[in-house]
Design a protein around this ligand. Structure first.
Ligand code: MRU
Length: 361
């Protein structure tokens, strides 16, 4: 893996001549480092380490990983099978990874160009989905909060770093900002890996949006005090009944939103809905071990040997969710709806062609 420094264009994950390139998100916000990965075990390690993270982004990384595996091992054989299965199981909770590995690996017998084409298509679909979620979500915000300026609380990082551009919940915040509707974004820092503190603030600053960073424990209290009028969260997997797996701490914000009477909205592309999983109870929650809890970026914050629990995600039951915004519909659990009974609508992509396109190499 060869790091490359500042000056490169900002692309979360992309393919270039047999190399998967990605921003190393573990180094942000202090350093913008682009990793260049040319073998599958290194890519799997990068996904596990969260160099690339966020459900749609790891789906795209997995798809390019299958292309890399075909590039290295050919269109069949045990080395290819091993590479594909290690990619598929690199992280268990976000359904996008397994879905996109399955989608691309179904094409390996047709050769590298076909697999790569599908991987690019997956990336382009996520890009379009981000734009569309922003539009649907910002319109819904108008419906939920009326003419009040938006004060949005959010968790983890759901921006372009977690997708390929703009994001999910953060795309809604960006669209509100572009429409002049955003008064304040309130990201919570998101222990243990601080995706909110490190990554969301970095993205909000780049888009010029007004924001204040909160420690995780401040979220529920500030909601109760009326500091936010909308909570927007992403999702790693949405079950058929509408239960949502997302970053640990999401459920606390949903409970606090209910207490405060603030709408709690989940924003995720259709690719994150898993109709094969009946409810949140069947979603595997990644356990990331004690190390991340007892030390923060190499600094001990507990005595060595302290034991810890570290579920990376939680489940928010559908009854705490006001709405689920996707790129093609708005599902309203607060009105008795679930992913099962709301038909798909149209993708909304009002940006002129080319404006958001990521170059293919
Ligand atoms: O562990 P992470 O950083 O991959 O977790 C990411 C999240 O929980 C996001 O909210 C989710 O993937 C949606 S991002 C568009």
């Amino acid at each position: 893996m060869q790091p490359k420094y500042e000056g490169t264009s900002l692309e979360t994950v992309e393919w270039e001549d047999g190399v998967v390139k990605m921003i190393d998100q573990t180094r942000l916000p202090q350093e913008l480092v682009i990793l260049e990965i040319s073998d599958v075990p290194t890519l799997v390690a990068a996904i596990r380490r969260l160099s690339v993270r966020g459900a749609p982004a790891i789906g795209v990384a997995g798809a390019y990983g299958v292309a890399l595996a075909v590039h290295l091992h050919g269109a069949a054989g045990p080395a290819l099978d091993d590479a594909i299965s290690s990619l598929r199981s690199a992280r268990p909770t976000a359904v996008n990874l397994a879905k996109m590995v399955d989608r691309t690996s179904a094409l390996v017998s047709e050769g590298l160009e076909r697999v790569l084409d599908e991987a690019h298509r997956i990336r382009d679909e996520e890009l379009e989905a981000s734009v569309s979620m922003g539009e649907y979500g910002a319109d819904l915000a108008d419906e939920l909060i009326g003419e009040a300026a938006a004060r949005t609380m959010t968790i983890c990082n759901t921006g372009g770093l977690a997708t390929v551009a703009r994001g999910t919940a953060l795309a809604v915040i960006q669209t509100l900002h572009e429409r002049g509707r955003l008064e304040m974004a309130l990201p919570v820092e998101t222990r243990p890996l601080l995706q909110g503190g490190r990554l969301t603030t970095w993205e909000l600053a780049r888009m010029g949006a007004p924001f204040r960073l909160l420690v995780d424990g401040a979220g529920p209290f500030l909601l109760a005090r009326g500091e936010a009028n909308l909570v927007l969260a992403g999702a790693d997997r949405i079950a058929r009944n509408g239960d949502v797996a997302n970053k640990i701490g999401t459920f606390s914000l949903a409970l606090a939103s209910r207490h405060a009477g603030v709408p709690f909205v989940v924003v995720a592309p259709e690719s994150t809905i898993d109709m094969d999983t009946p409810s949140g109870a069947e979603i595997e929650i990644e356990d990331r071990g004690a190390e991340e809890v007892v030390s923060v970026r190499g600094v001990d914050v507990a005595l060595p040997g302290v034991e810890a629990l570290n579920p990376a995600f939680d489940i928010t039951p559908v009854e705490f969710i006001t709405a689920i915004v996707t790129d093609r519909r708005i599902i309203r659990p607060d009105q008795g709806h679930s992913p099962e009974d709301v038909p798909l609508g149209e993708l909304r992509y009002p940006h002129p062609p080319g404006v958001l396109e990521v170059p293919r190499r």
